[in-house]
Ligand binder design. Structure first.
Ligand SMILES: C[S@@+](CC[C@H](N)C(=O)[O-])C[C@H]1O[C@@H](n2cnc3c(N)ncnc32)[C@H](O)[C@@H]1O
Length: 255
């Protein structure tokens, strides 16, 4: 089967614009979706090439929707009828309605839009609830999170990266030793009187950071919350003998 990189490098027509690292990561994380009848949304269409590539890579996709604030994107024409473009700012009410009318829920969401911290965070709050269980929410070009011109900065508590790092704490929510109300953890990002419901983050199964890229996976029906059983196998414990007692305890608990 042709790899994404092969498809990408032999692409002709509408320009697509991705970093090499992203193509390599996508090859790994998107492989399991490749022959699924999925719905994909990408924020940021520009010349339209990436939408064409997604439609070719995900040959069984039922719908590939792009959203761009640039009205010129409305004139783009695609031979592949599965591709649609919504013109508007992704977090405006009309664009949200149009996107979710075309794809009420989706398997893959790629944020390659304005790259401002504000838009990245708002888009996550708006669209992550629409991601299907087991789906992936991807944010590109997060180097912008460190740039003042994009509302970012290494010390800014409301940058997109500061927000995303907080999500990593929500993945480990059961282990916060202090009885800290979850909403207060979001105060540095959204302000003390914010109305963001932290319950939104309880369905995050995993969050992975790469150079300038973040991938958030929504828990699927098969992924139970928590660590599951402790699994201790083997019968030699010369370095840490207590392991035998712990193993016996664990086995008794399961019996
Ligand atoms: C980096 S380009 C997209 C490139 C394209 N995804 C690709 O891979 O070839 C970013 C695009 O985001 C669009 N954009 C900027 N702010 C936006 C917003 N608030 N909503 C939707 N699109 C936006 C810009 O008009 C621009 O075309």
């Amino acid at each position: 089967m042709t790899t994404l990189r092969e498809l990408y490098l032999t692409h002709v027509g509408k320009i697509a614009d991705k970093w090499t690292l992203f193509l390599d990561v996508y090859e790994r994380i998107f492989a399991r979706f490749r022959d699924k009848p999925l719905a994909l949304v990408e924020v940021g269409v520009a010349n339209g090439g990436s939408l064409e590539l997604w439609a070719r890579y995900f040959a069984a996709a039922t719908v590939v929707i792009g959203c761009d604030v640039d009205p010129k994107c409305g004139s783009l024409r695609f031979e592949d009828r599965r591709i649609g473009v919504v013109v508007g700012a992704v977090n405006s009410a009309p664009a949200y309605k149009e996107i979710t009318d075309k794809a009420p829920t989706f398997d893959l969401f790629i944020d390659d839009g304005s790259h401002t911290s504000r838009d990245i965070v708002l888009s996550f709050l708006n669209y992550f609830p629409r991601l299907k269980p087991g789906g992936l929410y991807v944010i590109e070009d997060l180097h912008c999170s460190y740039l003042a011109g994009f509302g970012g900065g290494i010390d800014r508590p409301d940058s997109s990266m500061a927000f995303l790092k907080t999500l990593a704490d929500f993945v480990n929510r059961p282990y916060w030793e202090r009885d800290k109300p979850p909403a207060t953890l979001l105060a540095p990002v959204f302000g003390a009187n914010h109305a963001v419901d932290p319950a939104l983050f309880s369905s995050i199964f995993a969050i992975a950071f790469y150079d300038s890229l973040c991938v958030i996976e929504k828990r699927s029906a098969e992924d139970q919350p928590g660590l599951g059983d402790r699994v201790m196998v083997g019968n030699e414990a010369s370095v840490f003998p207590k392991a035998l007692a712990l193993q016996a305890e664990e086995n008794a608990r399961k019996a």
